[in-house]
Design a protein around this ligand. Structure first.
Ligand code: GUN
Length: 284
């Protein structure tokens, strides 16, 4: 029976430590880390996510503001808004919640965020830095997963890691971070052939494919470490991961639950990176 990776507990501990670091920074430099979250439109899931981010930020002593703009905003008005916060010296981190409406080009928006305030790590410059092994602002979900693996003392060097999913937000940066730790990394996706067989070779399985209960017991070998990034809403409103928890927990040695696994770590890393930007500013 797998041991559970308690992401909620790790996140709470880290956020409590962060609150102390924020208080110290404030008393020593007068700087209060500030996170701006821009929400375009009123998608219910996005509203929930940005609300959670703001609540955690305020609780840890950050300043935080959700800037809500209508779905109909023009791309140029959105870029102007971002530029205002690029120039605003009291603002340390800027995040534009995705997805964006169809009339707005995601890539143009991500390019407009100043790379040194890009707490999501989605700017092409930060992505390139990560791929060349010099990342500093890195996507929060994979960063949080590495923190969890470290906390649970999962050895990565020389291990076979399989990442299922190739998104810019999770799969690709995850593969790079595992490579940085000397794992042997494979990236699989919806078109991969013989995926279950491939997965059975993995010592570490990271699943971010966005399909509920996709990974069954056929995908796992005895003792595997499984990280489930999925958040799939069922018809009855419940959320399930990409992993069939009941089956896989019989075989895995370590497994993240959904909810309470990866999700709380994403927010924690977002705050950690906002704090680091503010702190570096205090030193310069
Ligand atoms: N939408 C879903 N996940 C994310 C994320 O990590 N960052 C942003 N900006 N939007 C998201």
């Amino acid at each position: 029976m797998a041991r559970l990776i308690d992401g909620k507990a790790v996140a709470q501990q880290m956020q409590a430590e962060l609150a102390e670091k924020v208080a110290t920074l404030k008393s020593e430099t007068g700087i209060v880390p500030k996170l701006i979250v821009i929400l375009v439109g009123d998608d219910p899931a996005s509203q929930l996510y940005v609300g959670n981010k703001e609540r955690a930020a305020l609780k840890a002593g950050f300043e935080s503001e959700i800037v809500r703009v209508p779905e109909t905003i023009s791309q140029s008005d959105l870029l102007d808004l971002i530029e205002n916060y690029n120039q605003d010296k009291t603002c340390h981190g800027i995040l534009v919640q995705l997805p964006l409406p169809n009339h707005i080009n995601d890539q143009d928006v991500l390019l407009a965020i100043s790379p040194d305030k890009d707490v999501d790590g989605f700017h092409p410059m930060n992505m390139g830095q990560l791929w060349s092994g010099h990342g500093s602002l890195i996507p929060c979900t994979p960063a949080g997963i590495i923190k969890l693996l470290d906390t649970y003392k999962v050895e990565l060097e020389g291990k076979q890691a399989l990442v299922i999913g190739r998104s810019n937000i999770v799969g690709k940066p995850m593969a790079q971070l595992l490579l940085d730790r000397n794992a042997t990394v494979t990236i699989a996706h919806s078109r991969t052939k013989n995926l279950a067989e491939l997965a059975r070779q993995a010592d570490i399985l990271i699943v971010a494919i966005g399909r509920g209960h996709f990974v069954t017991k056929e995908f796992v070998k005895e003792g595997v470490v499984v990280i489930d990034v999925g958040m799939n809403r069922l018809a009855d409103g419940r959320f399930v991961g990409d992993v069939k928890f009941d089956e896989v927990s019989e075989v895995a040695s370590l497994l993240t639950p959904v909810p309470g696994g990866v999700g709380p770590m994403t927010i924690t890393m977002l705050l950690e990176q906002t704090y680091q930007i503010a702190k570096n500013k205090g030193l310069s």
